[in-house]
Write a protein that binds this ligand. Sequence first.
Ligand SMILES: Nc1nc2c(c(=O)[nH]1)N[C@H]1C(S)=C(S)[C@@H](COP(=O)(O)O)O[C@H]1N2
Ligand SMILES: [Mo]
Length: 323
Amino acid sequence: MSNNSYQPTQIHPSEITPEQLYFNRRQFMKAAGVAVGGAILAACAPGTSSPVPQTTSTPELPGVVSKTSDELGASLTPLEAITHYNNYYEFSEIKDYVADIVSNFKTSPWEVEVGGLVNNPKTYQMEDILKSFDQEERIYRLRCVEGWSMVIPWLGFPLAKILKEVEPKSEARFVRFVSVLRPAEMPGQKVPLYPWPYQEGLRLDEAMNDLTILATGLYGKPLPVQDGAPIRLVVPWKYGFKSIKAVVKIELIADQPATMWSSIAPDEYGFYSNVNPQRPHPRWSQATERRIGETNRRPTLIFNGYSDQVASLYAGMNLMQDY
Ligand SMILES: Nc1nc2c(c(=O)[nH]1)N[C@H]1C(S)=C(S)[C@@H](COP(=O)(O)O)O[C@H]1N2
Ligand SMILES: [Mo]
């Protein structure tokens, strides 16, 4: 990297160590009553247990999932792993530690501002989102660029529904998403290495695709904080970092937006970031992945296995260049 303080060659141990070591280390830390995580974790509470904090404002939800596998026959990842192995840099870079330090984060009240190049800009209260848009179950694979994956039963609704309600103007070609900025509640945001708030973007046709959802729950319950409560994007054919958590702003714009990871390391993280086993990350092969809970690696599928629904969005593009 040029004049940026971020150093791509510094691989954090959590990126290369199987999560089992972390779960073991968690048990050890709990037993010893110690906190780890280094200087950035100023707000940590030593020795606390880690319940799954949830929003309180969600109406009745089914509470159970209707299926136990995805459409390819892969088993759902256990709730314990989904809620204790998280990438959420606003809290910590240590995946199994995020759950321990989210309890001060307030998910209510919550507003989502939807605006930009639209005819009907609207600021939604979270309660109104839950009342206006029926929550449906979607079992999606989540493929992290670091080489692991999970199968998650989300609750949510197509992003297209909210976009249609605000009526994008004809000039709108991209959608920009912004996460909440609240350093007092999110200790990782005190780390100046990253250009907070977290931001992501999609092309408008990607955003309108039926696979793209705003998720408000998982396993039939409101979203745990560590998974992006009260509302996060899920784009299952792209690497996990596109699925931005704790969304407060959705903006329709004319030009391709900057995103957090592509602005930090453009040769590592492209705008599209479609799951592509052919195109290696400069530091990691993308050809295989390890499903959390399994030992052996499995081949990674182009578009994470969702080609039928999304390959046509990229007809005529060179996916090695437009990564
Ligand atoms: N705001 C925000 N959103 C985020 C991240 C983050 O650090 N901050 N991490 C991303 C990455 S790299 C991944 S793999 C997924 C992880 O989602 P999960 O913890 O619910 O499995 O969230 C994505 N969304
Ligand atoms: Mo990720």
